[in-house]
Design a protein around this ligand. Structure first.
Ligand SMILES: [Zn+2]
Length: 289
């Protein structure tokens, strides 16, 4: 009996080793070429492009906060619902922080070109469903525009944009009302993803208050609106952050990305409709109304 138990334990140990060896990494850069083939098969061609940025995050959070947090969420989501995750990408829209040290703001044309070539290259390697998981608020107009630009000419893949980072409701009550950048929510999430990089004691060394320095109605947009309201590139109060709020929000974010991956894997329509559209767009004169 005892011998049987030992044999059984050895068998379990050996099979867990085999499993560990055969379990594919979700990190694109960690796969061998042969494993990449298996990864594309296992993910059903579904790949994530977590999109961060390098910009000041108040006086207390690292420059790469958005990149670090979005990768944390995307990689944990891919553990639950397998997808291939593209390496660090931070070439987005951040002109409004050019006055702050550490910001890397690529020109607008390059942002579009680089993103297009990146998704084209991903697709050429089998990623026919690409989910851009956005981690940076300043990309909120760039990414839908990029998705729309996929209709400019035919592509054999679909770009999906997932742009939510904060649960709409629930969780521990918030202590602050202004909370858009390096504030209560983002600081709390970073306490979960990279607690060693959060300098909470510095959070009040600058003001993240809304200065309301523009007197325009809501329906008039200007590029300077953010600077007008938050010249320190800090919106909110990071000292209000807690691990409890961070855990709640991060868990929600990971779950939301998991749901997005599942919905994209199940989507059989978008590519078909794109192809139909591209075909019709070749000869609009013959396209019936
Ligand atoms: Zn941020």
């Amino acid at each position: 009996m005892r011998k049987n138990l030992i044999l059984w334990a050895v068998f379990l140990f050996a099979s867990s080793l085999t499993f560990a060896q055969s379990k594919l990494s979700a990190h694109w850069e960690e796969l061998t070429a042969a494993d990449f083939r298996a990864a594309i098969q296992q993910s059903q061609g579904t790949c994530l492009l977590p999109f961060g940025i390098l910009e000041k995050h108040g006086p207390h959070l690292p420059l790469g906060t958005d990149l670090l947090n979005v990768r944390y969420a995307a990689l944990h989501a891919a553990e639950q619902e397998y997808a291939v995750v593209f390496p660090e990408y931070y070439f987005g829209q951040i002109f409004e922080a050019k006055h702050e040290l550490g910001t890397i703001a690529y020109s607008s044309g390059l942002q579009m070109e680089l993103l297009q070539e990146t998704t084209d290259e991903m697709a050429r390697n089998g990623c026919k469903k690409i989910i851009i998981v956005n981690g940076h608020g300043g990309n909120q107009h760039l990414l839908p525009f990029f998705a729309q630009a996929q209709l400019e000419k035919p592509h054999d893949y679909v770009v999906y944009v997932f742009d939510e980072r904060v649960p709409p409701s629930g969780g521990p009550p918030h202590k602050t009302t202004v909370d858009m950048h390096a504030g209560e929510s983002e600081t709390s999430k970073t306490m979960i993803s990279h607690p060693e990089l959060v300098h909470g004691e510095r959070a009040n060394s600058e003001s993240g208050a809304d200065l309301h320095r523009q007197n325009l109605p809501e329906n008039l947009y200007t590029g300077i609106w953010w600077y007008a309201r938050f010249p320190n590139h800090y919106s909110g109060d990071g000292s209000a952050a807690t691990r409890e709020l961070g855990e709640f929000q991060m868990k929600w974010w990971i779950g939301a990305v998991v749901q997005a991956i599942r919905s994209v894997k199940a989507d059989q329509e978008s590519l078909k409709l794109q192809n139909e559209f591209y075909e019709k767009a070749q000869h609009p004169l013959e396209t019936r109304p």
